[in-house]
Design a protein around this ligand. Structure first.
Ligand code: PEP
Ligand code: MN
Length: 338
């Protein structure tokens, strides 16, 4: 439920309403716009009598929010959320590119790729230290050593880092060392993990589960937000369909749908979506055209010998060409690099 109050209303009257709603057992989310003050109610609203609220002369109107997601709902927060990562902006007119290898493999590899993606215009360095692999016999990532190498690459280039957290066991370490904590597709509905990262103030990159609906993705974000962390970036990375040619099917329509219903920024990962390096450019351009707030792109200096996902990784020079093309498109879209 959303209580709409004219913004010129006296603060003491607003406070009275807020107090009453809290007494009735609701949690409150506020949004102050130019013309309206919004009081969003979360939790059990069954004790609230809408007729009584409507009778209050300070209340402009009441909106029943039908969707199960509340705090991530655009009704609760009509303006786009902008996430600031060490001065780089994500959301509302900023197009932010995160790039780097699927997994960190060595100091030389991560530092050289970091320098290349930075010079091509990427704002954030990606790289997996803990890898969620389908087979237990596949390379599982360099783990804590990989995290140290990411920090080194950050020191060398100044690029903030995003990397995947799979277990709450390393959460404190990630809070200290990482700029954005990635929750991967396979953990999108790991509710305990979502609650844990929700209790932090770190930016979270939440990837859509491979069989998750848009609503399930937004509900996963609601889990994080319900614990108090509002710094969430959503990521469409393709979903499983009957099509076998591509690794996943990039759900491009999810971008405008999410932007209509949520204020959170949403980026696209064309690498895991298509699963083939030559699909990355067309899918990235399509993502920009449908309104994505950025990209996550896998880049590797030696894809043929990559320990993970070489077939979908761009070589640095191809990444540079892609960035040049995207920059021209950004001019038309009136967006700037975040
Ligand atoms: C990744 O970005 O490294 C990754 C494993 O992606 P996803 O969780 O989308 O499969
Ligand atoms: Mn990968």
């Amino acid at each position: 439920m959303l209580i709409v109050i004219k913004s010129e209303e006296k603060q003491e009257n607003v406070n009275k309403i807020k107090r009453k709603m809290k007494e009735l057992g609701c949690e409150i989310c506020e949004f102050k716009g130019q013309t309206y003050y919004l009081i969003g109610l979360v939790g059990d609203t069954s004790n609230i009598d809408p007729d009584l609220l409507n009778a209050n002369e300070n209340v402009e109107k009441i909106i029943h929010v039908q969707e199960p997601y509340k705090k991530v709902n655009r009704l609760f927060h009509p303006e786009d959320t902008i996430i600031d990562i060490c001065g780089r902006k994500i959301g509302q007119g900023h197009f932010t590119v995160m790039a780097g290898p699927c997994s960190v493999e060595s100091e030389e590899q991560i530092v050289s790729i970091a320098k290349e993606v930075k010079s091509a215009g990427a704002s954030i360095l990606r790289g997996g230290a803990f890898k969620p692999r389908t087979s237990p016999y596949s390379f599982q990532g360099m783990e804590l050593d990989g995290l140290e190498l990411l920090k080194l690459a950050k020191k060398e280039t100044g690029l903030p880092i995003v990397t995947e957290l799979m277990s709450p066991k390393y959460l404190d370490k990630f809070i200290d060392d990482v700029d954005i904590i990635q929750i991967g597709a396979r953990n999108m509905q790991n509710f305990d993990l979502l609650k844990e990262v929700g209790m932090t103030k770190k930016a979270i990159l939440l990837k859509r589960g491979m069989s998750a609906t848009i609503q399930e993705l937004l509900m996963a974000a609601e889990y994080i937000m319900s614990e108090g962390n509002e710094n969430i970036i959503l990521c469409e990375r393709g979903i499983r369909t009957f099509e076998k040619y591509t690794r996943n099917t990039l759900d491009l329509s999810a971008i405008p749908v999410i932007k209509k219903h949520s204020h959170l920024p949403v980026i696209v990962d064309p690498s895991h979506a298509g699963g083939l390096w030559w699909l990355v450019e067309p899918l990235a351009k399509a993502a920009l055209a449908v309104g994505a707030d950025g990209l996550m792109v896998e880049v590797h200096n030696d894809p043929a010998n990559a320990k993970c996902d070489g077939q979908q990784s761009l070589k640095p020079e191809k990444f540079k060409t892609l960035m040049n093309k995207l920059n021209k498109m950004l001019e038309i879209e009136d967006k700037k690099i975040g």
